[in-house]
Each structure stands twice: as C-alpha cells, then as structure tokens.
Design a protein around this ligand. Structure first.
Ligand SMILES: Nc1ncnc2c1ncn2[C@@H]1O[C@H](COP(=O)(O)OP(=O)(O)OP(=O)(O)O)[C@@H](O)[C@H]1O
Ligand SMILES: [Mg+2]
Length: 377
C-alpha cells in the first residue's frame, strides 16, 4: 500500500507537498520581508506547522525551528532546561542545513558562555551549570553571522503557548530581539490562540512586547470544492477509486479542516472501510486529548457540562447558564460561567459567533457527544 504524499500524516515540509494556501504563503513572505514578529494562528490541524515549515524550507530561509511541544515531551513537563535542550537541538539542525555558514556559526556560538559546539556530527550543547547560555546571547551570535552574509534569520517557535510556565521570560526576550537584532524575524504559531497571546502578553500595557507590531497570518478551512479536490487528488495518486458521494459525505463531516481531510484520506488508503469508522477513531483520539485537558482543571464537572450542552447545539450564554443550573440544582455565578467560557475559547475548544457558543471542530464535537460524559470518569 503506497500512501500518497498528499495524505502523509506528518507536517508537510515543502511546497511540492503542500496543497493550496497560496495567499497564506504570500502573507508569510510579506511578514518575513517587512515584519519582525509574525504569528500563524489557527485551530489544531489546520496546517500551521506545514505552512511554516514548507515556507522556510522551500524558500531556503535560514531558520532556527523550535518545537515547543517537544519541550514538554523531553522532561514530562515544560521546564527551562527542556527549553534550552530544544534550543540546542534546533541550532544544531540549523547548522546542518546551512553548510556555507557552518564554520562561522560554530565560531560565533563557541564564543557564547556555556555553549559547546561539535562539528562531526554537528551538535550544540548548552551547559546547565553556573555558566548558562541564554536565548538572547545565542541569537545575538547567530544574528551577526547571518547579517554579515546579507540574510535574515527566521526564529520560529511552533506552538509557543506550550512555553507557558517554563520560567523563561519569553516576552522580554522577544522584545529584546525585536529592538536589537535587526536580522532576526520571529515566527510564532499557536493552536490555542488565546493562550499564545497570554504567553506573549501582547495586550498588557506592562508587557515588554506591548505595542510592537505583530503580523498575523490566519489559517482557514478549505472551501467545499477545494476539499473535494484535495481528496480526489490524493486518491488518484493512490490509485484508489472513491465515489463522489463518499467524498462529499466526508467533506461535509470534516468541515474543510485540512488535517482531518488528510486523516480521512490516509485511513481510507491504509484500509479503513467507511467514513463512520474513520470518524469514530478520530473522535476517540480527540476524547483522550480533551479528557487530559479536563483532568488538569479544577472546574472539570462544569467544563464537561458546558461542552456536552453546546455539542448538542450552539447556545447563548443564558441558555448555557440554565443548563448548568438545572444540572447542579443551584444558582451558577455569572462571573464564574463567563470565566469558564472564556477559558474554553482560549484553548480553542469553543468559539463564540454571533452570540452563540459552539464547538468549532466537528471531530471534537463528535468526541464530546460520544465519549465525554457529564460526570468525571
Ligand atoms: N497544505 C497542506 N497540504 C496537504 N496536507 C496538509 C496541508 N496542511 C496540513 N496538512 C496535513 O494536515 C495535518 C495537520 O497539519 P499540521 O500538522 O501542519 O497542522 P497544525 O495546524 O500544525 O496542527 P497541530 O495544531 O496539531 O500542530 C497533517 O497530516 C498534514 O500533513
Ligand atoms: Mg503543528
């Protein structure tokens, strides 16, 4: 069974692999050329990492790519140490890609306290002793080398909201980079847009980043005909015939979210029998993810009740309040309800449109309907 490139599950890495999103690519290019901080925003699975990686790779942009999700994976939770390990790994990868600059980069980085650089294989180790390197001194070294070569460096932090609570003052560092390192453009991406803005503290006048221009690139859903075309092409590549009716049913259920369309295509190619089977598998996975989020919260029961209510149909604030009060048999504090809804919006589980709260991702909605119960497990 050959899975076509279009249905590969990992983030796409180059423009040849990427479907569509030309306008968004053009926006990234403008952000890179004219901006200093570029934010790629969108729900989970809307193609943020694919867009960013394909852009950086295909236009041969010198880049240091930090995957903030990996920071937590290394040490169980996000810590400063995990962050610095990830930065070291990202710098080494950068040097491997940039052969012509490699020796100069090695030389510049070695001058930074607490850094050791190996060349075969390329490694960058950041000491964890008393002499610690800092993101700023590392970026200063890189900025100089890249600037002398007449280029601009992209410092990309994917899923930057995951850096919450690591004990590194990210806004202050980014503000310093913004003000002083003129050959560096910072890219941040986030699926939990509200939390991303919390981490960067963009809206607070006391924050070092306040008032700096942020260039936003918003991911979008594929239109219906694009989504059908995407699936058709992938199945064609795979040499599998799928009826127009099945394609349309899939597109109707998956709501133009490219990651779900890819998952559908992949599953169908590797042997899943039906849309229903695929949706159910996806919903189970999502339910696990949602449960992990709920388990971490002190308001677990209320979150469950809210999600269950709006999964059935979009609701106004006052309707949600009535449902909760009926459930609990007691009055619910207005302020508390507003806070909880706000929090669910921030992490992308809820969206408010024209006064109605709804779950924006169709698979998440299904997961809540089928696998999340009102009472904690
Ligand atoms: N433009 C595209 N063309 C083809 N496939 C894509 C495209 N964008 C994303 N995909 C596919 O969709 C899935 C999700 O993509 P990606 O990981 O880039 O999204 P994301 O927004 O970064 O998701 P997450 O929030 O989970 O990090 C992957 O399987 C990827 O291969
Ligand atoms: Mg991603």
């Amino acid at each position: 069974m050959v899975v076509p490139a279009l249905f590969k599950l990992e983030p796409k890495e180059s423009l040849e692999e990427l479907y569509d999103f030309e306008k968004e690519l053009e926006e990234l290019r403008r952000g890179y050329e004219d901006g200093r901080i570029v934010a790629v925003l969108g729900l989970r699975r809307m193609g943020k990492s694919s867009l960013l990686r394909s852009f950086l790779n295909s236009f041969s942009i010198p880049h240091v790519y930090i995957d903030a999700r990996r920071v937590a994976v290394a040490t169980g939770r996000a810590t400063t140490r995990g962050f610095m390990e990830e930065v070291g790994r990202a710098l080494a990868e950068f040097m491997r890609r940039e052969a012509p600059l490699r020796d100069k980069l090695a030389e510049a980085l070695r001058r930074v306290r607490g850094v050791s650089v190996g060349l075969s294989p390329v490694t960058v180790t950041l000491s964890w002793g008393r002499e610690r390197a800092d993101l700023i001194s590392l970026m200063e070294a890189v900025d100089e080398v890249v600037g002398r070569a007449g280029r601009r460096l992209a410092l990309a932090i994917d899923e930057a909201q995951e850096l919450r609570g690591i004990g590194v003052d990210i806004p202050r560092r980014l503000a310093y980079i913004y003000d002083n390192l003129h050959n560096v453009v910072v890219f941040v991406s986030g699926s939990q847009v509200g939390l991303l803005y919390d981490v960067l503290k963009l809206d607070s006048p006391q924050s070092p980043l306040y008032g700096r221009a942020v260039f936003e690139v918003k991911m979008r859903r594929l239109r219906r005909e694009e989504a059908v075309d995407f699936l058709k092409r992938g199945f064609q590549q795979a040499g599998i015939h799928v009826s127009q009716r099945e394609l349309e049913e899939a597109v109707d259920s998956l709501d133009g979210i490219i990651g779900w369309l890819t998952y559908f295509g992949w599953s169908r190619v590797v042997g899943a029998k039906s849309l229903e089977e695929i949706l159910d598998a996806a919903a189970r996975q999502e339910a696990e993810e949602i449960s992990r989020f709920l388990a971490k919260s002190r308001s677990e029961a209320r979150y469950r009740a809210i999600l269950k209510a709006v999964a059935a149909r979009p609701m106004r604030w006052s309707e949600i309040k009535r449902v909760l009060e009926a459930e609990e048999g007691a009055a619910v504090d207005d302020r508390n309800l507003t806070d909880l809804l706000h929090r669910l919006e921030k992490v992308g589980l809820l969206e408010k449109r024209e006064g109605l709260y709804a779950i924006p991702d169709p698979v998440v909605r299904l997961a809540v309907e089928r696998y999340i119960s009102t009472a904690p497990a």
